[in-house]
Design a protein around this ligand. Sequence first.
Ligand code: 2HG
Ligand code: ZN
Length: 463
Amino acid sequence: MLSERIVERLNQIVGAQRVLLDEADLQRFGVDRTTIWQANPCAVVLPGSIEEVQQVVLLANELNLAIVPSGGRTGLSGGAVAKDGEIVVAMDRFNEVINFNPLDRSVTVGAGMITANLQEFATEQGLFYPVDFAAAGSSQIGGNIATNAGGIKVIRYGMTRDWVMGLKVVNGAGDILELNKGLVKNNTGYDFRHLFIGSEGTLGLICEATIELARPPADSTVLVLGVDSFPAILDVLRTFSAQMDLSAFEFFSQSALDKVTAQMGHAVPFATQTPFYALLEFESAAEAELDKAMALFEQTVEQGWVLDGVLSQSLSQAEALWKLREDISETLWHWQPYKNDISVLVSRMPGFLREVDELVDKSYPDFELVWYGHIGDGNLHLNILKPKALSNKDFVARCVPVSKEIGQLLAKYEGSVSAEHGVGLLKKDYLHYSRSPLELELMKQIKKVFDPNAILNPGKLFD
Ligand code: 2HG
Ligand code: ZN
């Protein structure tokens, strides 16, 4: 509980209606999509300007209070969980377009802008914001930047980082920093913008972002292929990406398809059941691209890698096929899954897949495993489903040792324990499998530079 005196100070900064103390608000703003930790913030504040954010940070420094920055709270790693009496600083009111510059093809937006609204704004201008994922309807751009969100188009357009031209932030000391000011070329020493991207709210609060927009893609076609085995998915990837510019190469297992069709009522792509499915997307303005895709499809069938397939004939069919992949994560919440978000180089994928498959089969003989992910980027989302009879605590206790073994395997293959969801509370114990002791030490020193009193998002990334 905050003392009346502190509440009064917060009221003075943001206005009394913008300081939320109700239990329902504390619960709502105190967690992300993870269901592991209990929300327990002392207050939620909704600042409306960068100066107000600065005042809140200065007050937190003065009174030694911790802050958890909060966006759309769609994160999957506990990065936005406030479980220890922190003040949640929610950026919802920073939801406007501040400046659009067609010549530079850039837009400056408040950090609280919903991703889908930014995509829509870009479309209205005849442009395109290419970072996309299932949570785009509620995630906020500031949160995307803080976690360097990836998604379903990374193979073609890269991660959030690749679209950030500038940031306005308030660091942990309460200074306002303008980072890179939207410049394309700017070799003037350390680029702090990139330090803040992916820093998970541990260095500062992102208040505004200048985002580059792309030219819109031509109409796209989606191909869903029924694939015979795990290794065959990589053969299919190699075959197609050698000859075509793909904008997506996703995969999912039969168990993922079974669940998403049963839960969401989506139609199966074709009658043949296969262990895995690959979803490919490519721009198909020219007829020749479709011919090429068909020829490669036939080639993969002849090789015995692909058993069946469907090519979208309309935009609505393409969208319906995408839903089979995009709705998996939402579908699986029903089983309280334990999530892995791991990556290795695509070139190292064959060996890694073999070993990780063997490891999880041996370690989880009695659990249901659901494979899916952005295999074109080397990114796998392995979800372990909780058996009904097992308590959440016992389930997690069973999964943790296996995660350690997966971590060791990732270290061997020089992969990542967090490909795109971030570290948060969930993966900090595994960070050392991907980052060296020296790197971890340097990260802690960098944190001290920007957040000397360690008030920002304590316990996230590392202790
Ligand atoms: C996706 O690719 C998201 O669908 C969520 O990154 C993955 O829930 C997951 O494991
Ligand atoms: Zn993903």
